[in-house]
Design a protein around this ligand. Sequence first.
Ligand SMILES: Nc1ncnc2c1ncn2[C@@H]1O[C@H](COP(=O)(O)OP(=O)(O)OP(=O)(O)O)[C@@H](O)[C@H]1O
Length: 977
Amino acid sequence: MLKLLSSSSARQIHNHLASPCLRVTTESSTNPLLKALGSITGLTRRTSRNPTYYQRALFCSGSSNDGSGEVVEVELKSGESGADSTDASNAIVPTNPRPEDYLTVLALPLPHRPLFPGFYMPIYVKDPKLLAALQESRKRQAPYAGAFLLKDEPGTDPSVVTGSESEKNIYDLKGKDLFNRLHEVGTLAQISSIQGDQVILIGHRRLRITEMVSEDPLTVKVDHLKEKPYNKDDDVIKATSFEVISTLRDVLKISSLWRDHVQTYTQHIGDFNFPRLADFGAAISGANKLQCQEVLEELDVYKRLKLTLELVKKEVEISKIQESIAKAIEEKISGEQRRYLLNEQLKAIKKELGLETDDKTALSAKFRERIEPKKEKIPANVLQVIEEELTKLQLLEASSSEFNVTRNYLDWLTALPWGNYSDENFDVLRAQKILDEDHYGLTDVKERILEFIAVGKLRGVSQGKIICLSGPPGVGKTSIGRSIARALNRKFFRFSVGGLSDVAEIKGHRRTYIGAMPGKMVQCLKNVGTANPLVLIDEIDKLGRGHAGDPASALLELLDPEQNANFLDHYLDVPIDLSKVLFVCTANVVDMIPNPLLDRMEVIAIAGYITDEKMHIARDYLEKSTLEACGIKPEQVELTDAALLALIENYCREAGVRNLQKHIEKIYRKIALRLVRQGELSEPDVSGESKKAEAESIQSSSGSNEASRNEENDETSVEAETVMTDQPSEQIQCPVDQPANSKEATETEKIEESEVTKAVEKVLVDTSNLADFVGKPVFHAERIYEQTPAGVVMGLAWTAMGGSTLYIETTQVEQGEGKGALQLTGQLGDVMKESAQIAHTVARAILVEKDPDNPFFANTKLHLHVPAGATPKDGPSAGCTMITSLLSLAMKKPVRKDLAMTGEVTLTGKILPIGGVKEKTIAARRSEVKTIIFPSANRRDFDELATNVKEGLDVHFVDDYSQVFNLAFGYDQNEEK
Ligand SMILES: Nc1ncnc2c1ncn2[C@@H]1O[C@H](COP(=O)(O)OP(=O)(O)OP(=O)(O)O)[C@@H](O)[C@H]1O
């Protein structure tokens, strides 16, 4: 409470407080505000240096002795609330205030560390009210506040950094909450400056909060704390402080960070006594906030010094670790730097000596060197693109991704064989020789190639063409492609488009994609190095559907001679001339080739081989190449004709020869193994003279040995084979696979055995031992009837695997008035089902004509089946076979022996042409058919067949079913038998 002062009481207070900074006016004031404050018991502080201009005063109510009264700040503005300068001049105004005069202070929360006396600390005040209050107090020339460390939230670990989250929360703390979170002991902080929300504090003296005065901004009452009295000359304190000093010196020596700390945060340390030393050590240490707070709270000087010593000692250790880490890293970096510098120097020296240019220049030089010889042939637009890209390369940063893209692009552009053609062979005779060398038969294909060469010779230039070789697997489509390339002296490149569904495979990716690549054609040109290779596109009938674009259209652009002179690959982005490329495609089924593509092709069908052709191929090509591949000398083995024939007829009856090749390889591999085994057995550990002598003795007794071996072999060896001795006439049987642990074998027997095998020179493969090499025949004969019964007729079919024979079987299910019906089985397709219905109708009509009284079809339920029910079948060509089968059953008369037929039939009985004449003829031969009926329209196809295919066949060409009827049933049954 404030009481108006009389001059005497004011002086009394003045004297009592004995403060030189107080000035007391003697006149009493009528200021109503002062009156309202009631009696004054203690004067604390004046706020203005000049008593004439004072505006505020701090008064403390209650006892003036202990200073425990309430502090009241009074505004004494002149002219406000009746207070004027005259009135105010009556108040008691202190001069030169001291920090210890502050008994009520604004509380500043410190989130990270306590503030030590004598140190700077910048803090950020986010609370606008608090900031305003601080600014106000600075204006009032009372720039002091209390700085208190904030306690962690209960349950948090002070050593764990949780980011800015906690900091955010403290700005939200207000009033009582904030008060409860503050450590009791803090520091009286002078507000040195305020810039924005940054406030620089300078620590002065320790405070202890006693109670909260106001909540927002938080104002607290404080006690000023003093160190406990201590003896300056105490040895222990001295020793401890010296240790602190020497440790600090060590740290300062090691850590430059500490030196900076000392310079930045210490402020007029003043007289450097022991308590200050302890504060100093703790303040600059890196200890956590609670350890620092402990030092701050410690008023016992010795204890405080001890605490500080612990902290600085720890700091020494940390500094040592820091130093070693720094040293290790420095060493590593300096090593790398050194290497880098040396490398750079090396590069510079090499450059100076002209030994090496920098990467980019070297790269550009490489590309230029590449295009130099073919510069004349490279199209102008391509040259321009190359030049532009080379300029771009120089401007790009070598480490950029764009640089790599440009480099790869240039690599492709410059690597292509622009205008580089291989010298073509226009020598027809030579070409024919090469073609014959590689393949037996295939006259059509060879003729076509020779025509191509002849045209090239006359025109002087060859032309890009698309040839399509179609036929069953293994007939040599791929290998003839390779052979054509050899004959024409063109480079060969093969790629399969079977299942290909991505257009990018053909046309390339756009350069913008990561990992972009040009298409197959550009890769081919780079690979072969000439612009006129022979490109074999395999399995074109199995081209995929395409999920991104249509591969068939892309192939069209590639193959079409009209378009491919300017083929544009997405990656290359410059037109390439593919008009000189010879494209050869292969397919199993021509029907599956997309029509626009097929339209541009010259299809050459390879039908498959008959036994005779297979024999030739096996003898002259497959056997020779296999012998070579297995490392067997021709004189070491003999595969008899009979064995080969058996192999073809019983094991490899399909149209192609791939399976035959596999079987021959299998035989020769087995022979190779046996020869090696024998060879090993025949290497006895005897030398020179003794060997010779033994050989002679063995030779003289060979007859008896052979005889004994023969006997033994008959009884014991299941897997025996025919072997020949020096004299081919003397054939003996000897076991090739010896029982590994023959206990009975004596020493002499062993020698004899080895010498006998040594004499073996030729392995004979005959029909008798063929099964030992290739196992039992796996092929079941197509022919299931020796003589077809009534209702069964042999037809001829075409499949992707070649031709084959098939039976049409008809039987009667039940009979009865008006029960005539037809039931079909055998996985027949729609066309074949319709064909059967037609056959039923036509057969009925014919029967009416031939035997009007026979009600068979009207009263009989029939079942027509086509065996091999697991294989789907379709097509109209079995029409005439079905009619014949139905009529045969109706008339109960089997058809002529060894007859096969094929032909589509109309409802009126006309016979329409069919496809696959060669395949069907070959299939008929395979099944030992003697008589074949073909539609007349196919006569030309048949006439074109090679003589060996036609040989020995009785072929009839028919226009009308009546002719078939006569051929099938117009025979004398007795004669047939
Ligand atoms: N007329 C022939 N003369 C000599 N060897 C042949 C003849 N026909 C095929 N061959 C041989 O048969 C093997 C198989 O031929 P190739 O691989 O060319 O068959 P393909 O018709 O391309 O089969 P696919 O349709 O399965 O690709 C090759 O080793 C080839 O040399």
